[in-house]
Design a binder for this molecule. Sequence first.
Ligand SMILES: C[S@@+](CC[C@H](N)C(=O)[O-])C[C@H]1O[C@@H](n2cnc3c(N)ncnc32)[C@H](O)[C@@H]1O
Length: 234
Amino acid sequence: MGKTAQKRLIRKLELELFLSQMEFQPSPKASLEQYTVSEAIAAKMLYLAAYTNGDIVGKKVLDLGCGTGRLALAASYLGAQFVVGVDIDKTAIKTASENSKKAGFKTDVQWVLADIGAVTGSFDTVLQNPPFGVQKRTADRKFLEKALEVSDVVYSLHNHPSTDKKLIQRLRSDSGGLLQVEPSPFIARFVESHSGVVKAVYAMLMTIPRMFDFHTKLKHDFVVDLYLIKKRKL
Ligand SMILES: C[S@@+](CC[C@H](N)C(=O)[O-])C[C@H]1O[C@@H](n2cnc3c(N)ncnc32)[C@H](O)[C@@H]1O
């Protein structure tokens, strides 16, 4: 599928439709912050990476904390050379593997059940939607550290630092473009101390269905920031 896919430009809506057919995590664990990235955010992220920046088609891609595999599968669908998805949770990896069978991929998507700390090797691009640290503070830092260890290019989703109602309104009426915002000083400093540079940050509105007991509404809207990070050239 990936080899065929990379010959043509895939429309964002087609990618969203493809992702909407994938199964969710059957029993998501709040302690691992196992919420699934929305189709809309995954498609925007992959579009930017693939077609604006040339970081997916024909590349070796790693999805850290892959969950049910949406980011990895989207990379494969757009024509990555091979993709590895890593997650610490057995059910997540089982669901991801079932999702890739359902998608009928011929390109290699390897699913690895492991803590991201065990990952070694070298990849062209890392995609990640790490735990934001709501349950365990700074849980996303370990992901940034590993991503910069194994790759020069990282696309990473993080919690937007404030609940900015005006920003939410702007994103709700968004016509599909990317809204650039300032990086969090904490993340920017952390990235710099690990030989990286934050190249851009884009705010996006994530909508997820009610998943955990502490979600009070049927749908939960919040702002996420997509960080484009590159390794500093020495
Ligand atoms: C916010 S979810 C994102 C899932 C998926 N990438 C997505 O966007 O739909 C974070 C994922 O990271 C996984 N995770 C958390 N800590 C981990 C660790 N130390 N090593 C590997 N995976 C981890 C969780 O099990 C969960 O599936």
